[in-house]
Design a protein around this ligand. Structure first.
Ligand code: GLC
Length: 520
């Protein structure tokens, strides 16, 4: 029997709620839409869901600007709809984690309104207000992740406030104890309602340098050193972990720890802190075996030292879809299929971003319809993240592909009908069916869910490892070269990313851009 907690071997499906399924016909996804599509997620075979923020929000950053942490934005439904969704998911054996956004609130949050109304209001200290430098410029050189300075001048008071993202997302001051108290309430509020845990937004950023020192120059090895990754944050997570652990059922805390040094991010999943932290190295790799190996091996080594396991992703709502990153079109799709088997054979937890199981490319959103604050704040220099957030196609209906009966909030690209769920379900060779088969095979294999991991020797340009328990042994190999590889292999082909993969006379024939799982 394997006693590890459910999340340590789970496959999560990330739902970007605005773009998953629209139940009330206003062009924006919602709880009713998600409930109606739960059977599909059961069919696909995921263990858990992470839902992006659905709390009341003016929507300056599509929900990552929260005005009320313990409610549901009417655009997505009601608290009752959320409860029903949790109950429906649980009745299908699917866990649900929510997105907690503790680094900043919306500028419409009552605290921030109070903070602006009066310099002496106690809520002012819940944010980071500072006087300008003598020349009137912002208090330090920090830059917003969305472009421009990380400070916004509040003219009436003459002070700047810190916003690491949009101006509508003022950063909280985690050195204020009332902020702690209120977030504890929020954690308990959702855990009491049955949430199975949280994904924690920009988990490494909550504390800033005490005296807000200037960041070192960009080429310095200390990347944005004083805005992120301050030691005080670890006490907070030890406390949150106690709260989560006081509930039954192994509630999980997953950090969006966007640090590129695996040792640094592993510190967040040390014993008694967060349970998981996404490995972001994989969302930046190109289609190159050495790059993949590096992005897997270094985190594994660092995690091993603290006794934690991995959380693997190829895509999410912030990055270009990986089929496009890997070349796009047919070639990108073939690589996306190979990457799926690679991803789903890694040790630990896997996160799939909605639409990757359909092999979706990054959508081309016309500039005049882009909504991401990144596009706006950089004056269009950066296109932003709308292209990975376009509503997913459910059927071939030319108007919105079954996502909504009205105009979707971001325009549906031409030609997505053939990628729709209903079409791919009928095609045994589709990427959707590949994901489904792989999820079932993974679930049925002890080696894949909790087997030991070991790299194996493979030809240069390929990636291979084995996963092994006492009774089960599986080998995963991916060919990232442009040639067919013949690799000695003892065992049966359990699953291949394409039909041209075969085992003949003890040799695995692995064509370009394909993966195989071999049961040894
Ligand atoms: C995280 C989210 C991203 C959001 C940002 C600010 O990086 O994933 O979508 O814009 O935090 O909350």
């Amino acid at each position: 029997m394997n006693e590890s907690p459910w999340w340590s071997r789970a496959v999560f499906y990330q739902i970007y709620i605005r773009s998953f399924a629209d139940g009330n016909g206003d062009g924006v996804g919602d709880f009713a839409g998600m409930r109606a599509r739960l059977d599909h997620l059961s069919w696909l075979g995921v263990d858990a869901i992470w839902i992006n923020p659905f709390y009341p929000s003016p929507g300056a950053d599509h929900g990552y600007d929260v005005a009320d942490y313990r409610g549901v934005d009417p655009m997505f439904g009601s608290l009752n709809d959320c409860d029903q969704f949790l109950a429906d998911a649980h009745s299908r054996g699917i866990k649900v984690i929510l997105d907690l956004v503790p680094n900043h609130t919306s500028s419409e949050h009552p605290w921030f309104r109070n903070a602006l109304s009066d310099r002496d209001h106690p809520d002012r200290d819940k944010y980071i207000f500072r006087d300008p430098r003598p020349d009137g410029s912002p208090p330090n050189n920090w830059e917003s992740s969305f472009g421009g300075p990380a400070w916004t001048l509040h003219k009436p008071s003459g002070q700047y406030y810190l916003n690491m993202f949009a101006s509508e997302q003022p950063d909280l001051n985690w050195r204020n104890p009332e902020v702690h108290d209120d977030f504890e309430k929020t954690l308990r509020f959702w855990l009491d309602r049955g949430a199975d845990g949280f994904r924690i937004d920009v988990a490494h950023a909550l504390y800033k340098d005490d005296v807000l020192r200037d960041n070192p120059p960009d080429d310095s090895p200390v990347y944005h050193g004083y805005m992120y990754d301050q030691p005080e944050v670890h006490d907070l997570y030890r406390n949150w972990r106690k709260i989560a652990d006081s509930y039954p059922g192994d509630r999980v805390l997953v950090g969006e720890v966007y640090l590129f040094d695996p040792e640094k991010s592993a510190a967040y999943v040390a014993p008694n802190e967060l349970n998981l932290a996404f490995n972001f190295l994989l969302v930046w790799v190109t289609w190159d075996a050495a790059a993949f190996k590096d992005a897997i091996a270094r985190p594994l080594e660092a995690l091993d030292k603290v006794g934690a396991s991995g959380a693997w992703i190829l895509s999410n709502h912030d990055v270009e879809r990986h089929v496009t990153r890997f070349g796009g079109g047919e070639a990108g799709l073939r690589r996306g299929r190979a990457a799926a088997l690679l991803l789903l054979s890694l040790p630990g937890t896997v996160f799939i971003y909605q639409g990757e199981e359909l092999g979706l490319d990054q959508a081309d959103v016309p500039d005049d319809q882009r909504q991401d604050p990144v596009f706006k704040r950089t004056g269009g220099i950066l296109k932003g993240r709308d292209g990975c957030r376009v509503p997913i196609p459910w059927d071939e209906h030319p108007h919105g592909y079954g996502f909504s009966i009205s105009e979707p909030w971001l325009p549906a690209p031409d030609g997505w009908g053939s990628k729709a769920v209903s079409v791919q379900m009928q095609d045994p060779g589709s990427i959707l069916n590949l994901y489904r088969t792989a999820l079932a095979a993974r679930r049925a294999s002890d080696a894949l869910t909790h087997g030991e991991f070991k790299w194996i020797d493979v030809p240069s340009g390929c990636l291979g490892f084995k996963r092994q328990t006492d009774g089960d042994k599986l080998i995963s190999i991916t060919n990232l070269t442009s040639e067919l590889q013949r690799i000695p292999a003892v065992g049966d082909l359990l699953l291949a990313s394409d039909t041209d993969v075969a085992v003949h006379d003890g040799k695995l024939e692995l064509p370009t851009d394909s993966s195989a799982w071999i049961r040894a």
